[in-house]
Design a protein around this ligand. Structure first.
Ligand SMILES: [Zn+2]
Length: 194
């Protein structure tokens, strides 16, 4: 474990530590029995930080170092997590809407439908054309646009008229401009209706 004390969010500690301490590694704070050396940690860190460290498993002595991708809990790099990290996103809309779906109190078949919508797993013409299951991605009702999930559920002319009965004029711009995940969240929050 080669992570140094001066790295990461505790870099401000570098103002408090001497040069020798800054070069210490996490493994230097583990005793011969493989446990955290709490007294040594307390010499350098606030009690609440030591409490948090003691709740974690100490590094395994003698094990080889390995690289890990910090934004992912499993340490594996993904494009999605790197995009979220670059954009400064924490919990993405996708995670929030999944929680909303599974905590939603209603029929299981509707919950499954919402889950399919959220996962973009509905076989719209756009999805079918992408899988070479349909000749055209166009909406069969209006024929003016590709039939995406948002088009089928919100934007197609006939369904749009239905929504207009429920959405106040002041909220329509937002309602019709949101991405699928954010639009689902808005509906769960009941902010789009009045
Ligand atoms: Zn349409």
């Amino acid at each position: 474990m080669a992570k140094k004390l001066s790295h990461g969010k505790y870099h401000l500690l570098s103002n408090l530590l001497n040069e020798a301490d800054l070069d210490k590694k996490v493994a230097d704070f583990v005793d011969v029995n493989g446990n955290w050396n709490i007294s040594l940690l307390l010499q350098l860190l606030p009690l609440q930080v030591v409490h948090r460290i003691s709740a974690m498993c100490p590094p395994i002595q003698g094990a080889a170092d390995s690289s890990g991708w910090n934004p992912c809990m499993d340490g594996l790099f993904t494009i999605k997590s790197s995009y979220a990290a670059v954009c400064g996103l924490t919990e993405d809309s996708n995670s929030k809407v999944f929680k909303q779906i599974w905590s939603w109190r209603g029929p299981q078949r509707i919950r499954l439908l919402l889950w399919k919508i959220c996962n973009e797993a509905l076989l719209t013409n756009e999805a079918r054309a992408r899988r070479h299951m349909a000749a055209s991605a166009s909406c069969s009702l209006c024929t003016n646009h590709d039939e995406s999930i948002l088009h089928a559920l919100r934007d197609c002319g006939s369904i749009k008229e239905v929504w207009l009965n429920f959405i106040s004029s002041s909220k329509r711009n937002v309602f019709y401009s949101l991405s699928l995940q954010d639009w689902l969240l808005l509906n769960f929050d009941n902010c789009g209706t009045s």
